[in-house]
Design a binder for this molecule. Sequence first.
Ligand code: NAG
Length: 359
Amino acid sequence: MAHTEKSLQNSSFQLHSSMSKKISVLLFIGFLAWAYQAIQPPPPKICGSANGPSVTAPRIKLRDGRHLAYKENGVPKDKAKYNVIFVHGFDSCRYDVIRLSQETAEELGIYLVSFDRAGYGESDPNPKRTVKDTALDIEELADQLGMGSKFYVVGFSMGGQVIWTCLKYIPHRLAGATLIAPVVNYWWPGFPANLSKKAYKQQLPADRWAVGVAHYAPWLTYWWNTQKWFPCSNVIAHSPDILNTQDKELFSKFESREAYGAQIRQQGEFETLHRDMIVGFGRWEFDPMELENPFPNNEGSVHLWHGDEDGLVPVILQRYIAEKLPWIHYHELKGSGHMLHYIDAMPDTIINTMLVGLK
Ligand SMILES: *[C@@H]1O[C@H](CO)[C@@H](O)[C@H](O)[C@H]1NC(C)=O
């Protein structure tokens, strides 16, 4: 009797234990399925598709079939003496073009084209985007708009970072280039480890995390930037914590985007904000600090503008780059933060300097 009872108990225990193992395995698979779902970005809502936003801007069709939306500013193309392409920053679009005065545009004859970078506004996303692609998009845009064999490029912030890729991949097409507060990648190998570490630590913790996830775990970027448990990137949140005194005065100019603000992320945050972070802070196939002077005979010039109180892009790294590349004309503005091209008259100064100034 006792014997039977014991073996009954035993087998019931075994049954119980094997069931709880099965349940654990099921729960674990369920968790993985949930986690996999949670980190997958939803597909983008393509402009002009059945359920997507409508197309309102002029667009060109690129070699790979993607459309690129653009906006013409300054003087009409047929009056142009200078052809300039402007590259917008993070969480922006073709309307966030440098605010060059119409007087200067007419005086010098500047045809200024801005465009939506892939995924932003009304340009199709490029899920295969690499560091090289935006430079090639720019070249195709210039060719399709008939901007001639050489043209100028200007970029701000994340768009300033793109200018490095123009200097690398299409230098023969450039007449001149300007980088305004260009975003640096802490993992460019040219930086001494102690310097990039110091600069990295100057960021607020939430931004250190956002940038670190984009670099080390790009597959987690969508989840990281949409979860609610940890503080999100201050850049995505437009937090005032990263702005200096001057930036705070200028930020309303950047933020007054009622007319088009809704267009910026309309195709989804992943192919705009998150793709930008993954490419911008990922592993680059070249180091800007190893670039050669594209204008060895002074036939053009390259300018880099940076505020010494920039809270997004540490000035110590920008200074280091400027030191390594003596052919760059480095303009450091005292007391300025990241939004320096919103300072009154600054756009005219920046464009003038590149086109006619320091040649
Ligand atoms: C990094 O190390 C180098 C060489 O040891 C030193 O000269 C430099 O001052 C250090 N930079 C920083 C930011 O600590």
